[in-house]
Design a protein around this ligand. Structure first.
Ligand SMILES: CC(C)(COP(=O)(O)OP(=O)(O)OC[C@H]1O[C@@H](n2cnc3c(N)ncnc32)[C@H](O)[C@@H]1OP(=O)(O)O)[C@@H](O)C(=O)NCCC(=O)NCCS
Length: 380
């Protein structure tokens, strides 16, 4: 190729390390393994708060007092039921496609039936953020039921956000530990700075389009193998190995083939992923409660052997695999569960972007042809 003489600079591939905007939502400290939502350490939030409180915090910047929390939970409950056309869409979707593809399209359909969809006021955008936070678990549960050949279940008005999510998926009220586990999964996945799906959402909303367009795009980004979904692979591996004794030979085989250990390593954390220990602890508790220790024991063995082999800690996806399996959630649905949590982070960033908007339009470092004449058709 005739190289362009106008090439002027180098690029930061994947924008790695580039600070693209100010944000006050979340601090991800990769050196220390620290994750703060609005200044609060997730270790403390995980111990003391519910997902509803964390969602309110991420949206509003402060934790809710009792009245604010009750009102927020009441609004979530009120908005949970799917509009009939969205339910019909999910019911009529093919069951052999990726569940994230159905979720992406269902959210887009939900936008068609929201009278506030094109209302650009800050109040309407906040209402839509809460509505999406409430609706997505209902959509995900309906997708799951339809894939199992069962009818979707209506939301249970007196269960918590997390408890109701499990109820709508499994058709029975969850145990306290199961509901706590889902609550924790939702808290820990709710926000993580300028990850690919969140940044995609910010890029889309920065054109001043509607929130449904931005969230639909974010779901599409999360669907990719390099972003959501490593925990699906972890579960597949656990299922394939199927015994504690099988872990060591498997680790040796992956090492010998220079393979990747899914659920280990992280692009930002150089040390322990601060979310992993919470999921490990809960996975152990559910293993005991279900009297099915195998998946947890295999995971502990794998963590120990892989960490020793490659000197990388496990990440959020590792223990969430066995944990969600104990909760009766199939591996193919894990990325949808992630979306049901990350919707809060996406919307918080969308609202933050809109509050001080500038269209996001980076520059390409052009490396193509220098200007050249268009040859006649016969001369090409
Ligand atoms: C998350 C991930 C993409 C980060 O990649 P990264 O930013 O390149 O990570 P690092 O810079 O720490 O990698 C340094 C080296 O360790 C290797 N490494 C990192 N994670 C590894 C893993 N899980 N298994 C085996 N080797 C790994 C890399 O291949 C790299 O070696 P190379 O340069 O010789 O190829 C990577 O760790 C990975 O693919 N993990 C598995 C998938 C996963 O669990 N994703 C969920 C993340 S929350």
């Amino acid at each position: 190729m005739n190289q362009n003489s106008e090439k002027t600079s180098t690029v930061a591939k994947g924008l790695k390390g580039i600070q693209a905007a100010d944000s006050s939502i979340c601090l991800v400290n990769g050196q220390e393994g620290r994750l703060l939502y609005r200044g609060y350490n997730i270790d403390e939030l995980a111990r003391k708060c519910s997902f509803g409180e964390v969602a309110y915090l991420l949206f509003q910047g402060e934790l809710p007092n009792r009245d604010q929390f009750q009102q927020f939970e009441a609004t979530l409950t009120e908005l949970r039921k799917l509009p009939a056309p969205v339910l019909e869409f999910v019911k009529s979707s093919p069951t052999d496609v990726h569940p994230m593809a159905v979720l992406r399209s269902a959210v887009s359909v939900a936008g068609l039936y929201d009278p506030l969809a094109e209302d650009e006021s800050a109040e309407a955008n906040y209402q839509k953020s809460i509505r999406l936070t409430s609706l997505i678990p209902t959509i995900v549960a309906a997708i799951h039921r339809v894939r199992q050949g069962e009818d979707p279940i209506e939301p249970h008005p007196s269960l918590s956000h997390a408890g109701n999510f499990l109820y709508m998926m499994n058709g029975r009220e969850p145990s306290a530990d199961e509901a706590k586990a889902m609550d924790l999964i939702l808290i820990l996945h709710a926000e993580h700075g300028f990850n690919a799906s969140t940044f995609a959402g910010r890029v889309i909303i920065a054109t001043l389009t509607d929130i449904y367009s931005a969230v639909t795009g974010a779901i599409g980004a999360l669907k990719g193998k390099l972003h959501g979904g490593a925990n699906t692979e972890v579960l597949k591996t656990l299922m394939k190995i199927d015994s504690v004794d099988g872990v060591e030979p498997w680790v040796k085989e992956v090492r010998a083939n220079k393979g990747k250990f899914m659920g280990f390593g992280h692009a930002v954390y150089q040390t322990e992923d601060p979310r992993a220990k919470h999921l490990k602890e809960l996975s152990g508790r559910l293993a005991t409660e279900k009297n099915e220790p195998k998946w947890y024991e295999m995971s502990v063995e794998m963590e120990s052997l892989v960490t020793a082999a490659i000197n990388k800690n496990c990440n959020v996806d590792f223990y969430s695999a066995g944990l969600q399996h104990y909760m009766g959630i199939p591996g193919e649905l894990f990325t949808c569960i992630f979306a049901a949590s990350r919707i809060v982070g996406w919307c918080a960033h969308i609202l933050e972007q809109l509050a001080d908007n500038k269209i996001i339009r980076p520059k390409a470092n052009y490396v193509g042809y220098a200007e050249r004449p268009v040859p006649d058709m016969d001369a090409r």
